[in-house]
Design a binder for this molecule. Structure first.
Ligand code: CU
Length: 343
């Protein structure tokens, strides 16, 4: 409160002004996915922030892998340099009309999927352009000083270089490890780190699915669940794949607050490699259960064309957005398919 005392002509006048926040009074205008124009003061999200909006394309994210800037050391080791920038002032429309303050790595939730081959030197140039402290904690094997736990990187331009040898083979999450951890994760500071074996896996149509939840009313329970952030996205925009073509899905569960998540595939079963560390599948199933940051690799082919659901068999999660569709197209000549694989 601002207290101002005027003394005019011997009369005391006390005026009390309410504290004024620029962010609260400033109107922001967004264009929704459907083209509607929405204006909000932003105060329901977080009045401390001056916001800018971001868009996220789950189709682009699905098959996008970042291999880094390549060089070779004097000893012949492949070096991969990546740059990851953390921010915590972005607003994203995560469902029509629902705006959420996302904390991002390189502007998106999840952050980029980083990919390397076992034995490569991974160098991540981390820049924290947020207002809070953030880090990157990679799951996997690395020195203690590279763990992203005891060295919080200050906001407003703080920097740190994470350097370690890629390993073990598999699919690993990375995420901010600053307390309160739940808050930093549920706002979106996580991504996927894939370590390929030196002898490559067989060619496949590869994709990344991050199972996540969004607590939009800050009561430490998720209001929405999704695969790749936008609830129901792949139900409305089915993932197109081909019959008789190997599909490989790197799946990572980043849902906070709920102890388990799961994944059920319709009309098919998949080979499942928990954490992806063993090159021999552990299960042949249509259903896996995943706790927080549990992850693995699924492999399958569809014999019959058509639409097939994949979803959480925890029905609450699927009804709140964690559901998608594979649109399987007939592929009479599978040998003519171009299959891209990591370099
Ligand atoms: Cu953080």
């Amino acid at each position: 409160m601002i207290l101002v005392i005027f003394v005019i002509f011997g009369i005391s006048i006390i005026m009390i002004f309410p504290a004024i926040s620029e962010a609260q009074s400033e109107q922001k205008t967004f264009v929704t996915h459907s083209g509607a124009v929405v204006t909000t003061s932003g105060e329901v999200l977080d009045p401390l922030y001056t916001v800018s909006s971001v868009e996220f394309d789950p189709d682009e994210y699905l098959r996008n892998f970042e291999y880094g800037r390549l060089s070779v050391s004097e000893t012949g080791q492949t070096i991969r340099d990546y740059t990851i920038i953390a921010e915590d002032d972005k607003i994203q429309e995560i469902s029509p009309g629902i705006f959420y303050n996302v904390w991002t790595f390189n502007g998106t939730v999840p952050g980029p999927t980083i990919r390397a081959t076992e034995g490569d030197l991974v160098r991540v140039h981390f820049i924290n352009n947020g207002s809070k402290e953030h880090t990157i904690h990679f799951h996997g094997i690395h020195p203690a000083g590279m763990d992203g736990v005891f060295e919080p990187v200050g906001g407003n331009g703080g920097q740190f270089i994470y350097e370690f040898e890629a390993g073990p083979v598999g699919v690993h999450p990375y995420h901010c490890h600053v307390m309160p951890l739940e808050e930093h994760i549920v706002h979106g500071l996580y991504g996927v780190f894939i370590v390929d074996p030196k002898e490559k896996r067989s060619p496949a149509d590869e994709m990344v699915m991050v199972l996540n939840g969004l607590d939009t009313d800050f009561d430490t329970e998720n209001n929405f669940y999704a695969v790749n952030t936008i609830p129901f996205y792949y139900q409305h925009h089915p993932i197109q794949i081909n019959t008789n073509e190997l599909i490989r899905v790197y799946v990572v569960n980043m849902v906070e607050f709920d102890p388990i998540n799961n994944l059920h595939l319709h009309g098919n079963l998949y080979k499942y490699y928990p954490t992806g560390t063993d090159l021999v599948p552990s299960f042949y199933t249509d259903m896996i259960t995943l706790s927080q940051t549990e992850r693995g690799i699924m492999e399958f082919e569809y014999e019959y064309p058509g639409k097939y659901l994949f979803h959480a068999h925890k029905v609450e999660f699927s009804e709140k957005g964690w559901v998608g569709i594979f649109l399987v197209k007939d592929n009479p000549d599978k040998n003519s398919q171009k299959v891209e694989y990591g370099t």
